[in-house]
Design a protein around this ligand. Structure first.
Ligand code: GDP
Ligand code: MG
Length: 266
């Protein structure tokens, strides 16, 4: 017999237009998983656990509307380049991480930034697609002494200077410095609700899952905030096939909205 848990098997219906994917890329050991962990549960671990590819899902009820954010925490050295391309194709917002004490990890971020723009512009059939590609470049481990620094702040800033949808932050996942600010700016650039930022919603545990979706949720449970977020406990990385379908539906949706824009401009 299958065990059921309150909320664990609840089916949260999030409209496709409110579903987003955040892809976190960068060399190994730069702190990608630590930044994701700060985002999801506010914790930091000193111990290193290599990531193959972690998938997380957070669902939100923001003033009665449902949103979903999928987070793909990639491995630094991707054994299959085609899989990395696929991850990039499915991404709506990107976090590129390097470690301020590691020059090679900065060079890797430069390569990744280039690859993202290439892959995405190929998808959209454009020559350059920076205008609608929200991306944050993070120099992590800002808590280390300046004597270990291998990348200057102005070098990081140079990577984003020509693109208003791209921002540079020096953060520390360990000390939790600038991490909330980074997410806030990323969501603003992507025109996502600010309340998705870790400090701007109340974190709800799965026991409320069954009622999470209801419009009356906030009235019944909590009155002081109107944004709630819950980590989905059984999220699994979608199959390659689902990823391809997701990309197709996104291209179609974007195509339709471009058509609509054209119509209103004319
Ligand atoms: P990933 O391979 O990019 O996912 O890196 P991890 O998040 O697993 O972190 C690699 C190592 O760096 C771990 O031992 C972390 O504890 C450590 N680390 C991560 N972020 C920071 C940070 O901001 N400052 C310091 N000093 N160490 C960090
Ligand atoms: Mg990792």
């Amino acid at each position: 017999m299958m065990k059921t848990m309150s909320g664990a098997n609840c089916n949260l219906n999030v409209p496709a237009k409110n579903s987003y994917r955040m892809v976190v890329l960068g060399a190994s050991r730069v702190g990608k998983s630590s930044i994701v962990s700060r985002f999801l549960n506010g914790r930091f671990e000193d111990q290193y656990t290599p990531t193959i590819e972690d998938f997380h899902r957070k669902v939100y009820n923001i003033r009665g509307d449902m949103y979903q954010l999928d987070i793909l925490d990639t491995s630094g050295n991707h054994p299959f380049p085609a899989m990395r391309r696929l991850s990039i194709l499915t991404g709506d917002v990107f976090i590129l991480v390097f470690s301020l004490d590691n020059r090679e990890s900065f060079d890797e971020v430069k390569r990744l930034q280039k690859q993202i723009l290439e892959v995405k512009s190929c998808l959209k059939n454009k020559t350059k697609e920076s205008a609608d590609l929200p991306m944050v470049i993070c120099g992590n481990k800002n808590d280390h002494s300046e004597i270990f620094r291998k990348v200057r702040t102005d070098e990081g800033e140079d990577l984003v200077s020509s693109d208003e949808n791209c921002a540079y932050f020096e953060v520390s996942a360990k000390k939790n410095t600038n991490v909330d600010e980074m997410f806030y700016v990323l969501f603003s650039m992507a025109k996502l609700p600010h309340e998705m930022s870790p400090s701007l919603h109340r974190k709800i545990s799965i026991q409320y899952g069954d009622t999470f979706q209801q419009k009356s949720f906030r009235m019944r449970r909590f009155k002081d905030m109107d944004a709630y977020g819950m980590i989905s406990p059984f999220a699994r990385r979608p199959s390659v096939n689902s990823d391809l379908k997701y990309i197709k539906s996104k291209v179609l949706r974007e195509g339709q909205s471009r058509e609509r824009e054209k119509c209103t401009v004319q």
